[in-house]
Design a protein around this ligand. Sequence first.
Ligand code: F6R
Length: 609
Amino acid sequence: MCGIVGYVGDGEAARFLLEGLTRLEYRGYDSAGIAVYDGEKIRIEKSVGRLSELKKKIAGDMPKGVCGIGHTRWATHGRPSDTNSHPHADCAGDFVVAHNGIIENYMTLKEKLIEKGHRFVSETDTEVLPHLLEEVYDGDFESSVRKVVTMIEGSYSLVFMSRRDPGVLICTKQDNPLIIGLGSGENFIASDIPAIINHTRRTYIMSDGEIAVVKKDSVWVTNNQGEPVTKKVFEVNWNAEAAEKGGYEHFMLKEIHEQPKAVRATLSSRFAKDGSSVVFDELKWNVDFLKSIDRIFIVACGTAYHAGLVGKYYIEKMARIPVECDIASEFRYRSPIVDDRTLTIVVSQSGETIDTLAALKEAKRLGSRTLAVTNVVGSSIARDADQVVYTWAGPEIAVASTKAYTTQLIVMLLIAIYMAELKKSMPEARIRELIEGAKNIPAQISETLEDTEPIKTFAKRYGFNEDVFFIGRSLDYDVALEGALKLKEISYIHAEAYAAGELKHGTLALVKEGIPVIALATQRSVYEKTLSNIKEVKARDAIVIGIAEKGDEELSKYADHVIYVPEADELLIPLLAVVPLQLLAYYAALTRGCDVDKPRNLAKSVTVE
Ligand code: F6R
């Protein structure tokens, strides 16, 4: 995820900026840059790659000055490169901006600015910001920034610096974190607390829509109406390690809680203004393209494979194209029936998983068209595939994948709706219904995360069992597979997922008194069937923890405990049902004293076969 820092005081700005960015390195990034006002002009230095590259570049010739901004970039719009790195400047080099998040309407703004003669050098959405400021600047830095903010849509945290207003930084935010560190004779801006923790522990936490004018000895905050806001000082009492995790005990828990934001970001810019259809600027498919495809393969590993299973269900249900979902390490060696009428979709958070990359190459060799769904811009898989759709989950640090999974599900849903629209295989009213439902998902995930106490209790109570079964039908089965994988990999409990209807074909023999069975019963179309499978395990004295929709009054009659998730469309509910399973795995691992973020024998990115 991108990182922002800003400094204004009497000290050497560049020194703080580099140190602050170093402290944000844990968040992941692909390039870095700083801009410092030297009393005459703003000097910008940027470099793709690690911060050490930037440090090397300016060693012996550090930008001099007491006011500056810096940024580590995690690419979204445009590949990682020196040019695409932040800070970005206007035509005259008078204004610079560092930005986290996404400006959704940047294309329209960019076209208008180009018509007015502005020259753009990067592929980023961010670059519209300094040009907009250049366009509207009327001598009053604060009111000009305010004007810019009214013109943009999206999620962001922003810091602006102006050559015409020395010693002033202006920052604002919407749905992205931003803090101000209060020093004495100096002040700091950062997207995250670790960047400033060595300098001050007194902070203002910025709220959405607030604008702060930060000088070396004052910080003036107003709301989006321009009215002054009296901020309360938040004293940070975390150590540096806790600060990196945003106060959460582990990255995994932080990332579970980041899901509403990650899903919202992934949905952003992907709907038509009137909400009637899905827009994929990056695909621009038409009906002829879809007619030229007679089968789809979805190929991936681990959690991404589980997301692919849901994708198969979505595409077949909505677009009525046959889909096969395969594990990459199997696909690549089994002579799959692939030709130029095949579309192969590879799914990978890291974009570097060797089996998935090899499967992609194999599909291409056999003549398939290819599409990558990945979270890392410029990754090997993104570069190799014909087309790419990015999930915008931000970097995932915990080995166990959580927010990558939910964002992959959302992308799969959008792709399926997009195909159904082109093929006219689903009524328009149903498309609208699903789009409306998808827009609610971030808020509903937040709701699911509100009360984790019952999950902690179950994890404590059942955390030491050696075997756990997960059952479900239809999409519930796909989510059960992911729930079982989460539990296995971080708590080392033997967990298996079964299609509930399969139990009696063998596995039921293992079910005995006291065995926990996590039963997902969110799919209305197979609800009664699932219920009878739950009764089967209950009759063998298993302990059943059910996952159901709010309002379900039936399941509690047969299950020992029920965890409820908000009511949602049957197709969307996997995005909610997986959350308690992630939390159950997390708290079970805690109970067992496991290393949650770095489970034994596992690596975040599997780049060897
Ligand atoms: C499980 C997990 C792994 C990955 C798998 C694929 O929590 O993270 O199963 O999903 O190794 O990784 P990517 O998505 O990077 O290709």
